[in-house]
Design a protein around this ligand. Structure first.
Ligand SMILES: Cc1cc2nc3c(=O)[nH]c(=O)nc-3n(C[C@H](O)[C@H](O)[C@H](O)COP(=O)(O)OP(=O)(O)OC[C@H]3O[C@@H](n4cnc5c(N)ncnc54)[C@H](O)[C@@H]3O)c2cc1C
Length: 382
């Protein structure tokens, strides 16, 4: 089986979107099909090597980077559609949601866990990180859309097993960043393609007024609410808006809001999508993703006082503050805040190599016991 361990492959596979500096000597395998993946795992287990899988590398926490004595399996050749009907599709891991929805478009079907890194993140990586985004208020995370999957795991006796897991059996895996095995394929649920949407995009001079407006939207409890987002002034100026707070509200119908013109809607979403790249370009490359619950106002005021650029999926309480390289202490201060209030240090991006130091003992123990159950020999993971 062809593998690579030259300096260029080492450099590429020690890098992902996380800005985490990794420098481990590794061996990279590019299997052509599922049988070759199984063969590679069997050999690695015999040679007592660890394995980490690589999709597109868009994760932001260093969870596809090798550690010591770890081989990398690049799954880019596993890109086939295996089965499709009117309510589900079974795919190999290497497919983006853009590619998937292009295929489904012909049938008026749709896979709704969508956008942002939609053109690059692969289904395998999305399941492994339990991907979610702005429309999570309506469609939640990947875990809601996977019916079953075929995985490779390694038993306590170091036996390589290929098994199909139902959703119930697979649920441990969704928050695992796939340190438990390898996804060979997954059966995904589909919906009919939504045909309408309407939008409101309002600016506010201060946070209090923006939050009051958000509360009025939440109180309506409209089941067609598909996005509820805030952009703060430090970010809005980077996406060609006035330096104010902006609230974006979207319903999947065409009756509730004024903005119904598809081009206008597209233009607003382009600005919202651009928030990440524009804030990175403004020299704030580190994006974070704490989940915040009650007492959020105190925390948001703190962000405001420190002038931290941020935008957030306020509908589900997930915040994306950005930091620059000189603001490590400020970032630690933020996570201290998050820990003290028992909030979640990561809702979207995972823990990876980058965020282990922010986990509580309770969270560490929980991860340890899941790992013990599925991968007691510690074969998989970063
Ligand atoms: C601009 C930008 C926007 C983003 N937006 C969002 C967002 O809106 N929501 C969100 O949740 N995340 C977002 N992310 C983070 C990132 O896109 C996700 O974490 C994504 O799911 C990673 O997919 P990937 O294909 O790049 O996987 P990788 O980064 O290559 O790998 C991620 C993890 O999946 C594992 N893995 C990959 N394939 C398999 C497999 N077949 N079997 C087992 N394990 C596997 C890897 O080992 C690793 O642990 C964003 C990132 C960027 C750069």
């Amino acid at each position: 089986m062809q593998s690579y361990n030259d300096p260029l492959h080492n450099l590429i596979y020690n890098t992902d979107a996380s800005h985490f500096h990794n420098d481990e000597k590794t061996e990279v395998f590019l299997p052509k099909n599922r049988n070759e993946v199984i063969e590679i795992v069997e050999t690695a287990v015999k040679e007592n090597k660890k394995i980490v899988c690589r999709a597109w590398g868009t994760n932001l926490v260093g969870n596809c980077l090798p550690s010591k004595n770890t081989i990398v399996i690049d799954l880019s050749a596993l890109n086939k559609i295996l089965e499709q009907n009117a309510s589900s599709i079974t795919v190999e891991p290497w497919l983006t949601t853009d590619e998937l929805n292009e295929i489904l478009d012909k049938y008026d079907l749709y896979f709704p866990v969508q956008l942002w890194s939609h053109a690059s993140a692969q289904i395998g990586g999305m399941i492994a990180t339990n991907w979610a985004w702005m429309r999570a208020i309506k469609y939640w995370k990947m875990e809601k859309w996977v019916e079953e999957m075929e995985v490779i795991t390694v038993s306590d006796q170091k036996e390589v097993k290929v098994q199909t897991l139902s959703w119930d059996d697979a649920k441990d895996f969704f928050w695992s960043e796939w340190t438990l095995g390898i996804i060979l394929n997954a059966k995904l649920k589909l919906i009919k393609k939504p045909t309408a949407s309407s939008l409101n995009f309002k600016s506010f001079d201060n946070l209090d007024n923006a939050l009051m407006y958000v509360k009025s939207i939440r109180d309506k409890k409209n089941p067609e609410l598909s996005a509820l987002e805030i952009i703060n002034p430090q970010v809005s100026k980077t996406v060609w808006l006035d330096e104010k707070y902006y609230v974006l509200v979207e319903y999947e119908n065409d009756s509730d809001w004024d903005i119904k013109d598809l081009n206008e809607i597209k233009d607003i979403w382009i600005r919202r999508d651009a928030c990440y790249a524009a804030t990175v370009n403004a020299w704030y490359p580190q994006i974070e993703d704490p989940e915040i619950h009650e007492n959020e106002e105190k925390f948001l005021k703190w962000l405001e006082e420190k002038h931290i650029p941020a935008y957030w999926h306020i509908g589900i309480g997930v915040l994306h503050p950005h930091f620059n390289e000189d603001q490590k202490e400020l970032m630690d201060e933020m996570y201290k805040f998050v820990q003290e209030l028992w909030w979640n240090v990561s809702w979207e991006h995972g823990i990876g190599k980058k965020k282990q130091k922010y986990l509580s003992d309770e969270e560490k123990n929980q991860i340890k016991s899941i790992k013990e159950k599925w991968d007691s020999n510690d074969v998989f993971g970063f």
